[in-house]
Structures are given as C-alpha cells and as structure tokens.
Design a protein around this ligand. Structure first.
Ligand SMILES: C[S@@+](CC[C@H](N)C(=O)[O-])C[C@H]1O[C@@H](n2cnc3c(N)ncnc32)[C@H](O)[C@@H]1O
Length: 250
C-alpha cells in the first residue's frame, strides 16, 4: 500500500488533485466549536479549547479554529465540494464533527454535492460526567456518498456506533487525535486496495488505519509540525507491514 502526504492548505492542495482519483474521503476538520459563546469559540486557540488544564502534555496548537458558524459552513462547503470532484462515483465521505456543528456539517455535506446517508456516533467511555447535566461523551461522523452505492463492489456490513477512548499517554501526539481502532473500522467503507483521502490529516491517524487495512492514502495537513508527525507514523506503519510480510515469506 502507498501513501502521499502534502503539507499545505487543504483547498489549495485539493485543487491540484485529479478528478475521480480517490475512492473515499475520511476527514476530521477543525470543529470551530468549544466554548459557551461565539466570542469564546472564535478567539480561543485549539489548545485552549480542547485540552483540559490538568492535561499532562505539551501538544502543539493547530490553526483554523477561529471561524464563526456562518464562515465555517462556507469553508467546509468549499472543501467538501472539491473533495466530491476528486472522488470516484459511488465513493463515500465521512466527516467528524460535534453536536454544535451538526446542522452546519449536514448542510455543507449536501452543498458539496454528496448524498447524505447518516450519522455515526463515536462514544468516548472515559468522558467526565458533569454535575446536573448530561455527559458530553459523543462526537459524530456524518457520512454520505457520491451517488448510488454498489454494495456488491464492497460487500461489508459495518456498525452504526463506535466506542473507544481518545489516545492518551505516550500514544497521544495530537490535541484532537482519533483512535486508530475506530479509524480502521471506518476505512472499511472504502473498497479494498482503494485510496482514501484525508484533507485535514493532523497526526495521520486516518492514514495509519488505511495502510493497516490494505487501502492507499492521500493526506493533506496545514502545519509542518503535524505533517512531520504524520509522515513518521505513516512510514513506521508501512515499515512494520513490510517486516510482517517478509516474516510470512521466510
Ligand atoms: C481535528 S485535527 C485532525 C486530527 C487527526 N484526525 C488526528 O487523529 O491526528 C485537524 C487538523 O487539520 C489541520 N488544518 C487546519 N486547517 C487546515 C487547512 N486549511 N488545510 C489543511 N489542514 C488544516 C490542523 O492543523 C489539524 O492538524
């Protein structure tokens, strides 16, 4: 399996990718959420919004967290429209979001041309309960397809709910890192041997999962810092798979 990682702005890099060159888009853009008021949501950094004060780490910040809801919807629509162009007919789109951006994400998905198929909750069992309130322990994966899905091309039966904690300790290298276990399940929506695109790749969790599941990967990440981490994780995954294959043949 192969991967290509581009460091740069998603919209610019997407514009350089050929039409119908990937089989699925699985992506985790900045949510532009977090905070009780619009001011808090647009003035705080990702690090200030999404890491708790007692977190024992020095994870780097990332950009793109300062749009108000209207601008976020516009930006996401542009991205999902470009992503639609680069996806083959019948391919899938999966976008992570939270409760606050639910309506905006559903609108952007459809504005981009995708057929909206559903919402997959990602349940985080370790979330802290809050006194007098419901626990905020779910994020959501909005999904759709580029036209009709031919189930015979990829005859999988996938769950509609995922449960796993966010990576912690030494394995946590990104503020909003997604668990590879969940990502591996999600990549199965792509045909085996196909290509998955993540235009907000962060530390490369989607790509690691894609390679482990026998899919190729194209990633885009704005920051040099997280692009370097993604590159290292992808290279290590590919090397590990090559070693396993060698052991099997000797
Ligand atoms: C929510 S994080 C993705 C985390 C990733 N799923 C992981 O497991 O590591 C979003 C990422 O998108 C990147 N990003 C923000 N704006 C971007 C842009 N315009 N183009 C490309 N990447 C961008 C951020 O730097 C950040 O690393």
């Amino acid at each position: 399996m192969t991967y290509a990682l581009h460091q740069g702005d998603a919209l610019r890099v997407l514009a350089s990718l050929p039409d119908a060159s990937v089989d699925a888009v699985i992506t985790d853009p900045p949510y532009n959420s977090g905070g009780r008021t619009a001011k808090e949501r647009t003035s705080k950094t990702a690090r200030a919004k999404y890491t708790s004060a007692d977190a024992q780490h020095e994870l780097a910040d990332f950009p793109g967290e300062n749009k108000d809801q209207h601008a976020y919807g516009y930006w996401l629509s542009l991205l999902l429209s470009e992503a639609y162009r680069v996806t083959r007919e019948g391919g899938a789109l999966l976008v992570f979001t939270d409760w606050r951006q639910s309506a905006t994400t559903g609108d952007a998905l459809q504005a981009g041309g995708w057929l909206w198929r559903g919402i997959l909750p990602w349940h985080k069992p370790q979330a802290r309960p809050q006194k007098g309130r419901f626990t905020q322990n779910c994020e959501f994966i909005y999904w759709g397809s580029k036209g009709a899905i031919d189930g015979d091309r990829n005859p999988v039966y996938l769950p509609g709910l995922y449960s796993a904690s966010q990576p912690s300790g030494k394995s946590r290298v990104h503020i909003t890192q997604k668990p590879v276990g969940v990502m591996r399940e999600l990549t199965k929506i792509c045909i085996p041997g196909g290509t998955i695109l993540d235009f907000c790749a962060g530390s490369g969790s989607t790509g690691v999962a894609a390679l482990l599941e026998g899919r190729n990967f194209v990633g885009i990440e704005a920051t040099a810092h997280y692009a370097a981490i993604a590159e290292q994780r992808l290279r290590e995954t590919q090397d590990g798979l090559a070693r396993e294959a060698e052991t099997r043949t000797t």
